[in-house]
Design a protein around this ligand. Structure first.
Ligand SMILES: [Mg+2]
Ligand SMILES: [Zn+2]
Length: 211
């Protein structure tokens, strides 16, 4: 365990058990590649794994939630996606980080065939994937956080009652003005690790206040 957890009281840890950290995938944890379809295209953004490792150590649950309409569009299959996520899990594990679950939406309202062509509830900006995590992992969404590089991430988070952090990696810089205009962003951070540090400070503060 890293020294980074030494300052946290065990009390703080107990109180964060139902908090979820929902990371978008492309542009947030790994460098943005249009319709990433092969495992070898997956490259972690510096310190992204560190953010997840420290969140693991802190005691919050960590999820990835990602739109993958490339499946509906026929660009890759669910099997391809499983291989990509296997590599993601392996790269994270190499740095001592793990995710509790990866949620993905393979759908698109306008492309493909059954079962992928549909107006689903999981495609961001809809909050379906966050609600699924609430059901499956007992997450309190109002105490949870979404970290992403696009407005759709922020909107999904807000629809689910989460707080939201926009990172400036991926599309973050490009979409920043639009996201701020929509008032969907609670705070802006340079990258996933900087977002985690701000979230950690908020969680520590809340734990102290609720004593
Ligand atoms: Mg993204
Ligand atoms: Zn979907």
């Amino acid at each position: 365990m890293s020294t980074s957890t030494k300052n946290f009281s065990s009390n703080a840890r107990v109180k964060v058990g139902h908090v979820g950290l929902f990371f978008d995938r492309d542009g947030t944890l790994n460098t943005e590649v249009d319709y990433l379809s092969r495992p070898e295209e997956l490259k972690l953004i510096p310190n992204a794994a560190r953010a997840i490792r420290e969140a693991n150590e802190f005691g919050v649950k960590v999820f990835i939630f990602t739109n993958q309409s490339g499946i509906a569009r026929g660009l890759f299959t669910e099997t391809d996606l499983a291989a990509i996520h296997e590599r993601m899990i392996a790269l994270l594990a190499k740095e001592g980080a793990r995710v509790d679950a990866i949620y993905f939406c393979p759908h698109h309202p306008g492309y493909g065939t059954t079962p992928y062509k549909r107006d689903c509830d999981c495609r961001k900006p809809k909050p379906g994937m966050l609600r699924m995590a609430r059901e499956e992992h007992g997450i309190h969404l109002s105490r949870s956080f979404v970290i992403g590089d696009r407005c759709i991430d922020m909107q999904a988070g807000k629809s689910a009652g989460c707080r939201t952090a926009l990172v400036l990696t991926g599309y973050g810089e490009v979409e920043r003005a639009e996201c701020m205009e929509n008032r969907a962003v609670d705070f802006v951070a340079a990258d996933a690790y900087e977002a985690w540090k701000q979230i950690r400070n908020l969680l520590v503060k809340q734990a102290v206040e609720s004593k």
